[in-house]
Design a protein around this ligand. Structure first.
Ligand SMILES: NC(=O)c1ccc[n+]([C@@H]2O[C@H](COP(=O)([O-])OP(=O)(O)OC[C@H]3O[C@@H](n4cnc5c(N)ncnc54)[C@H](O)[C@@H]3O)[C@@H](O)[C@H]2O)c1
Ligand SMILES: [Fe+2]
Length: 384
């Protein structure tokens, strides 16, 4: 699939952010060749540092400034797409990047962005957020603004075929968590007339996208991990993760994400591994408060029982099976978390307010510690 027409309508000077491995692939080189042939002046930037430390983003933006691009392309996984978003931001608005942390702090449009995801995925190609790490902070931090939504998302499942099983599993389960968490997020009261938050909680449109994403990803993630060349599974995953991005880009995610932030910082494990590990425990705890939504998720997964309660329980079982079938660890102990760390993880998770307060569960220390202790030893029954 050619991205050239989508890019060139924004100008001839094209900055492409791509991680160093993907920049060596024939698909990427073909993409750049075609841009050159159509008269574009292309600069490829491969400074995608894992976890996106803030200083690496500011350095990339300073280097890109001399080139003065008209349009920024992000080509790769969520890390490359997020770098492209933040470079496009800093090329229009002055640094430091920390001025834009949180929600709605970006004052106006950024450079036009074209996103080409190669994982399925973060959904970053359609979301209003980019995630960075900052040594001044204990946790990763988000820049959330509708101005960060790419103008064009070019989603070609064939680009994800080369993703190794681990990347497929971690980015794929993260997409599934986006779908389930958007569908089970809190319904929030919106004050019309005031500036809306970026993430507004569960709503009718996000729910449409979320449930379809649950169905697609639930039916294809195992195959995508076990048979990397299965194009039908890759297609369903790419479309599912795009829909999940549309869903959480407005509803927001919740506790698996809030808990993953400190867990990821302590264990240095991938984002999707942590959100996937936590999801069965968070949903078990949410059985009383999100039972109706979980029953609908059971229907989308094809495991509904005879009534709402049995369906909701079946949904949690099906979620737990999916997570373990694709090789995600089942307990926090397996990734090195200890009992002594539980109170601090709960405290740090609570500090991520936009996520901690977006579930149907009460956001307090006791609730978070209970979920964490269940996950520590794989004891979901303790949450019933
Ligand atoms: N902005 C958002 O909406 C959003 C949402 C969720 C997560 N994130 C962020 O995204 C990042 C994770 O992104 P990710 O899971 O896509 O992984 P990634 O971008 O960090 O890439 C992981 C690895 O996979 C490789 N890779 C990617 N695509 C490949 C392909 N097609 N073939 C072979 N190798 C490939 C990369 O080279 C890299 O080594 C995290 O930093 C997370 O915080 C952002
Ligand atoms: Fe995520």
């Amino acid at each position: 699939m050619s991205i050239t027409p989508s890019v060139l309508k924004y100008g001839r000077r094209v900055l492409v952010c791509c991680d160093p491995f993907l920049a060596t692939t024939p698909d990427f080189q073909d993409t750049v060749d075609v841009l050159h042939k159509r008269g574009a002046v292309v600069r490829v930037m491969t400074d995608v540092v894992p976890e996106l430390p803030v200083e690496s983003i500011e350095r990339a933006a300073a280097a890109a400034g001399e080139f003065a691009p008209d349009v920024v392309v992000g080509y790769g996984g969520g890390s490359a797409l997020d770098l492209a978003k933040l470079v496009a931001l800093l090329l229009v608005h002055p640094g430091p990047l920390s001025a834009y942390y949180g929600e709605n702090a970006v004052p106006g449009p950024v450079l036009p962005l074209v996103a080409v995801p190669t994982t399925a995925g973060t959904g970053s190609e359609v979301t209003p957020v980019a995630v960075v790490s900052d040594p001044e902070r204990d946790l990763k931090v988000g820049v959330s603004s509708p101005y960060l939504i790419p103008r064009v998302a070019v989603v070609d499942p064939l680009l994800s075929v080369g993703a190794p099983a681990g990347v497929t599993a971690h980015s794929g389960i993260d997409a599934f968590v986006h779908a389930v968490e958007s569908y089970t997020s809190a319904v929030r009261e919106v004050q019309w007339g005031e500036e809306l938050p970026v993430f507004v909680g569960r709503n009718q449109l996000s729910s449409l996208f979320a449930l379809e994403a649950v169905r697609l990803i639930g039916g294809s993630l195992r195959t995508a991990v076990n048979e990397p060349g299965n194009i039908a599974a890759r297609e369903a995953m790419s479309y599912g993760s795009l829909l999940a991005g549309m869903a959480f880009g407005s509803a927001g995610t919740h506790l698996s994400h809030a808990l993953q932030y400190p867990i990821g910082a302590i264990t240095k494990t991938p984002h999707g591994l942590g959100t996937g590990l936590m999801l069965p425990y968070v949903m078990q705890a949410a059985l009383p408060s999100s039972g109706r939504e979980l029953a609908q998720i059971a229907q989308a997964l094809g495991v509904a029982g005879s009534d709402e309660r049995s369906s909701a329980v079946a949904a949690v079982e099906a979620i737990a099976s999916l997570v373990s079938d694709i090789g995600i660890p089942v307990t926090l102990a397996e990734i090195g978390i200890t009992e002594e760390q539980v109170p601090r993880i709960a405290e740090l998770s609570l500090s991520v307010k936009r996520l901690a307060h977006n579930s149907t569960l009460t956001a307090d220390q006791q609730t978070f510690e209970r979920i964490l202790r269940a996950a520590l030893h794989g004891d979901r029954a303790s949450l019933s």
